[in-house]
Design a protein around this ligand. Structure first.
Ligand SMILES: Nc1ncnc2c1ncn2[C@@H]1O[C@H](COP(=O)(O)OP(=O)(O)OP(=O)(O)O)[C@@H](O)[C@H]1O
Length: 317
């Protein structure tokens, strides 16, 4: 798998204080990678460094390369970064209003993002905007609405539509559902995963919620004190953590309880051959830890509600 994003030796500091130290991170084409760690561990600064959005007094060194972009992102000027952001890399942050223009109708904002990056002609951008709104399960009338006329969950779905408008190679989500009502969290997660799967976009997903990572991501990196202390497939890191800090994170999390409330994300594809042939339910895998605590052999009653939405019809490919 080729790397869409390659971060090497990333360090971030403010004056003489190191905030992030020597982070290496790669995301392969179409891969979904989680970045977890307690508050203040450096997750957001890592994402902001990739996007070139660090505050003025905060400095990054190291290397950030993106497939298809022929220049280094660390130190790139704003003119170059504004071409990359919203085109090659898109982002969804916790607070949707920061990403939306309060004075513009939703449809105009969506169309504008495609016109600015010249990915659509004007008429095509209008059609694409309508399609994007439908894909995030909002009514067509949303196109004419202003952001303040929408709920938090609706706004975040508009931000997601905006982020996906130019089919980015990489989508970065930083706590995208934390501010949302629990009832819409699963829907927004579902839409994020569908959105990246449909485009074969890579996903870097930042959260402190381990159950969300277990549901959404294939691989995870654990940050502690500004460093990556552990990384690997979700199924390994969450079941056999090697670092004491990860053990603590898992012990302190309500993964088991929360996970039962999360729905399976349609389109999550278990690697072929990892499970018994014909098996439609998974246990202890990156895709099912969040939804299935059963062990084989399964009977109908045990598995009720734990259907795997394998695109090939619920059986191993
Ligand atoms: N502009 C800044 N000036 C000084 N220190 C900062 C600045 N921005 C962040 N920090 C510090 O850098 C560290 C890492 O911050 P960061 O926002 O990356 O953490 P995080 O892991 O994303 O936390 P959270 O989950 O709470 O968002 C924290 O100790 C934070 O206080």
């Amino acid at each position: 798998m080729s790397d869409v994003l390659a971060v090497r030796g990333l360090s971030v500091s403010v004056r003489d204080t190191a905030l992030v130290s020597d982070v290496d991170l790669t995301v392969g084409a179409g891969e979904r990678v989680g970045l977890i760690g307690e508050s203040g561990s450096g997750k957001s600064l890592t994402a902001l460094s990739i996007l070139g959005l660090l505050p003025e007094d905060v400095h990054a060194t190291g290397s950030v390369r993106l497939e298809g972009v022929d220049h280094e992102l660390i130190g790139a000027d704003e003119r170059r970064m504004s071409r990359v952001r919203g085109h090659d890399i898109a982002m969804v942050f916790q607070e949707p209003m920061t990403a939306l223009n309060p004075t513009m109708r939703v449809g105009d904002q969506l169309a504008e993002s495609m016109l600015i990056h010249k990915t659509r002609t004007k008429p095509a951008a209008r059609t694409a905007a309508a399609d994007l709104i439908e894909r995030v399960q909002l009514p067509a009338g949303t196109l004419r609405a202003y952001p303040h006329q929408l709920s938090g969950g609706q706004r975040q779905r508009v931000v997601l539509a905006l982020a996906l408008a130019n089919d980015p190679a990489l989508l970065i989500c930083d706590e995208p559902t934390t501010a949302l009502d629990v009832t819409v969290q699963a829907l927004v997660l579902d839409l994020i995963v569908r959105g990246v799967l449909e485009r074969s976009s890579a996903l870097l997903f930042i959260t402190h919620d381990l159950a969300v990572v277990a549901t959404v991501c294939e691989r995870v990196l654990v940050m502690y004190g500004g460093r990556v202390v552990e990384s690997g497939p979700v199924s390994e890191v969450f079941t056999r953590p090697r670092h004491r800090y990860t053990e603590g994170l898992l012990a302190a999390s309500d993964l088991e309880t929360r996970s039962r409330r999360l729905t399976t994300i349609p389109g999550n594809v278990p690697p072929a051959g990892q499970f018994p042939s014909g098996c439609v339910f998974r246990t202890r895998c990156a895709y099912a830890t969040a939804v299935c605590e059963q062990t084989p052999p399964w009977s109908g009653a045990e598995t009720e509600g734990f259907a795997c939405h394998h695109p090939a019809g619920g059986t191993d490919a």
